[in-house]
Design a protein around this ligand. Structure first.
Ligand code: BES
Ligand code: MN
Ligand code: ZN
Length: 503
């Protein structure tokens, strides 16, 4: 991964391959943002005018490259747009900084060292710039020959303007490094093709990481799942040549007074099962384990940060395939909770594996359960592909989850769980069915999950089907493919719990 360093040198005097500067959108054209004063001086104070000449406006997402002026210790200046400047006395929006740093890092793929002379006034800004650079520099090249493309990432981002001897600034960079590494780990898992990342391989990856980071891990294999009565997970996994797994990975802290349970949907490939998905709907379905990847990343990040809170991750891993042993539409599954479910559509598999994991997680009476899942196409239709939906059995908690996501720059929106929709998944044969009303399908899925949450436990459900996998052109710090959606929100929830802010 890209290294982030803090430098005492000014941007002008630091030896590098490129200097990144910020540009805001002024009433009379682009303006050089704070942090790049020394660079502007090398341009005789005409950096903004030069940028305007070549068409820069300071708009968010804009990148303008200029040959450096004489006297600078780098050959290239990369100006990134920050959008409107904050009001006098206000600080820059952290998300604008993250995105700008991400855009810059992305445009510097393959470069060895770039200095980042962006407005790094306080620790929050330092953290945002470091996070954006680390996430923007991400590239997934495992399956590409070095010769064709695969330039690799920016090797080093040296932040100028920050104070290397300031404890808060140093801690901010350490936090950014820990969290970004876990977002990127989630991205790697999501991008790994499903022939290589099956439930067994995923579980093995967690076991290896658990050793490295001192986490406690337990893996239930198909025998244990059968014996334990995990009818939902088994029912979804039984059509695949690679059997399912339920992984419990726990980080504990001696001084913790609270425990959070994170539950992730880990369908390593969703073919739809017997209710097979048509072409056009299955090409990206390796992303259907994004929830489990986010949970895994968040547990590891909590450990790296040493947060005084217990975080238990539950990864419900299965491959949804239409093999000879597959569950049929019409089958009834007996779930871990004892509830019977008539499977009307084998493509509504996520709620089945999650139901078992949520019921199992409930047995440990955590202070809250938060599940993360690429659960429904309906949520993508409702919110678009850049926002996840948040549902909860507690409106106040839902609001707090939303606030945590917002502060991390993860776009999301609170969604209701309308009681009228509950009866739409009544079944004539079993206790309930795995499908109900199509209108409001994302909310129906949420209501289904609610059935499996233990009595009195606070629960939230994040449907990340939209933002988990990015198919369009990269933007900000978001690459094509797996995004690592929800990792930062989950870590923020763990941190807020540790700080006594969530409960
Ligand atoms: N994994 C899909 C949901 C999905 C869709 C994720 C698009 C990412 C992008 C899920 O398992 C699914 O197939 N859901 C069905 C549910 C329906 C059959 C009730 C859906 O949304 O169509
Ligand atoms: Mn499905
Ligand atoms: Zn699915």
């Amino acid at each position: 991964m890209t290294a982030v360093t803090l430098s005492t040198s000014s941007a002008a005097t630091l030896r590098a391959d490129a200097i990144v500067v910020g540009v805001t959108k002024g009433a009379k054209g682009p303006r050089v943002a704070p942090g790049a004063e020394s660079v502007d001086s090398a341009f005789d104070g005409k950096l903004a005018a030069t940028l305007e000449t070549v068409g820069a406006s300071g708009a968010e997402g804009e990148v303008t490259k200029l040959p450096a002026a004489a006297g600078l210790k780098a050959p290239l200046v990369v100006a990134v747009g920050l959008g409107d400047a904050p009001e006098e006395g206000d600080s820059f929006d952290p998300e604008a900084l993250r995105r700008a740093a991400g855009v810059a890092a992305r445009s510097l793929a393959g470069v060895k060292k770039a200095s980042f002379a962006l407005p790094a006034q306080g620790a929050a800004e330092v953290e945002a710039i470091a996070t954006g650079a680390l996430l923007g520099a991400y590239a997934f090249t495992t399956y590409q020959a070095q010769a064709d493309g695969a330039k690799g990432s920016l090797a080093e981002a040296a932040l100028t303007g920050a104070k290397p001897r300031d404890k808060a600034h140093k801690a901010a960079v350490e936090r950014a490094v820990a969290v970004a590494a876990e977002v990127n780990r989630a991205r790697d898992l999501i991008n790994t093709p499903p022939n290589d990342l099956n439930p067994k391989a995923f579980a093995a990856t967690v076991q290896a990481a658990a050793k490295e980071f001192g986490l406690k891990v337990e893996v239930l294999d198909e025998k244990a799942l059968l014996k334990g009565g995990y009818g939902g997970i088994m029912g979804v996994g039984q059509g695949s040549a690679t059997p399912p797994r339920l992984v419990r990975v726990a980080y504990t802290h001696a001084k913790a007074t609270r425990t959070l349970a994170f539950v992730g949907k880990g369908i390593t490939y969703d073919s739809g099962g017997i209710s097979l998905k048509p072409p056009g709907h299955n090409e990206t379905m390796k992303c259907d384990m994004s929830g489990a990847a986010a949970v895994f990343g968040a547990v590891v990040a909590s450990a790296k940060l040493g947060l005084p809170v217990n975080v238990t991750g539950w990864l419900a891993l299965a491959e949804n395939m239409p093999g000879g042993g597959a569950t049929r539409p019409g089958d009834v599954l007996k779930m871990y909770s004892g509830t019977t479910v008539e499977v009307l559509n084998t493509d509504a598999e996520g709620r089945l594996v999650l139901a078992d994991a949520i019921a199992r997680a409930s047995e440990e009476s955590p202070d809250a359960i938060v599940d993360v899942a690429t659960l429904t196409g309906a949520m993508v239709l409702a919110l678009g592909s850049e926002r996840f939906g948040i549902m909860s059995n507690n409106d106040e908690f839902r609001g707090r989850v939303h606030a945590a996501a917002l502060a991390e720059g993860e776009d999301s929106w609170p969604m209701p769980l309308p009681e009228q929709l509950r009866k739409t998944f009544d079944s004539p044969t079993a206790d309930i069915a795995n499908m109900g009303s199509r209108p409001g399908g994302g909310l129906v899925a949420g209501l289904f999950l609610r059935e499996f949450v233990g009595e009195g436990i606070t629960w939230a459900h994040l449907d990340i089907a939209g933002p988990a996998f990015h198919e369009g052109a990269p933007f900000g710090y978001t690459p094509k493919g797996g995004t690592g959606s929800a990792v930062r929100t989950l870590v923020a929830l763990a941190r807020r719990t540790a700080e006594g802010e969530l409960f």
